[in-house]
Design a protein around this ligand. Structure first.
Ligand code: ZN
Length: 287
């Protein structure tokens, strides 16, 4: 008789007592504790959290993190953001001088500026690596525009908690979709608390990246402006949409922007000569 058949698969993690899940990884099945704050995998979680593809925090080697766990300074990744209140205890760690502590706390503070992609990598959801995180973040940025939620992070949390079908994203199959939902069943409160530690840059990045309506177009500007506060503001607007500003009118110029089309300036004459459209600020705004 084969004894292996009778091994009972545990339903809860022997360390934290939270439910475990079978995660299919390529051809094998792995039993995993789904609790992001489980002490049994805390060191691994922390290493991934501070890693380059996640929050990229300098000064936290595996050895340092291991010591911090032993001394009870961190019990979950979120505790890194409360180390500021534990400066005295930090100083008791070997090789932790005042300078090193202040550098470390600064690096941790700097990491508060993040993106949804990094945040997802940092959650360490089984099967969700940096590639999947990137695809999910992009998808959620687009979805945020369609819904009325404030930021992509909100869309992601709601989607992950409410059984949104992530298989809509190319490359994300049923296994990854299930993994996200199983993870959120156990860690919803943790994810929300963690998210509150960060400022997400996704909105600004997306708005610049999304608007390329003037890609490759060259503009020359002349005369007084009315709509834009000043020339720099107009230049910034053109550049933010992928356009370029040139100082003189040549064959390669696509538009001359001026509010006084009859001024008879040399630029106006040149543009007329070369058949280059002369447009007002209002007309520019409608491009
Ligand atoms: Zn556990």
């Amino acid at each position: 008789m084969n004894n292996i058949r009778f091994i009972q698969i545990p339903e809860v993690c022997p360390i934290c007592g939270k439910p475990v899940s079978v995660v299919k990884e390529k051809d094998s099945e792995v039993l995993m504790c789904m609790n992001a704050q489980c002490k049994g995998k805390l060191l691994g979680e922390l290493c991934a959290f501070v890693g380059k593809k996640a929050h990229d925090i300098n000064g936290l080697s595996e050895a340092t993190l291991s010591l911090m766990i032993q001394r009870g300074l961190v019990e979950s990744p979120i505790d890194l953001y409360h180390l500021k209140e534990k400066k005295e205890q930090l100083a008791y760690l070997p090789k932790m001088g005042a300078k090193k502590i202040s550098n470390l706390l600064k690096a941790i503070d700097d990491s508060r500026n993040t993106t949804l992609e990094k945040f997802i990598v940092g959650l360490n959801i089984p099967l969700i690596g940096s590639r999947a995180a990137k695809d999910i973040a992009k998808h959620e940025r687009i979805r945020t525009k369609e819904t009325n939620l404030l930021e992509p992070i909100n869309t992601f949390i709601v989607d992950a908690a409410e059984n949104y079908d992530f298989t809509h994203i190319e490359g994300l199959g049923v296994e990854r979709n299930n993994s996200i939902h199983n993870y959120f069943k156990e860690n919803y409160d943790y994810v929300c608390a963690l998210a509150s530690q960060f400022t997400f840059q996704d909105n600004t990045v997306e708005s610049i990246a999304a608007n390329t309506s003037l890609e490759g177009k060259k503009f020359c500007i002349t005369g007084k402006l009315k709509k834009f506060a000043n020339r720099d503001a107009l230049v910034a607007d053109i550049e933010s949409k992928g356009g370029k500003v040139v100082s003189g009118v040549t064959k390669a110029t696509d538009y001359l922007i001026t509010n006084d089309k009859e001024s008879g300036s040399s630029k106006n004459k040149k543009a007329a000569e070369l058949n280059i459209p002369i447009i007002s600020e209002d007309e520019y705004c409608q491009l």
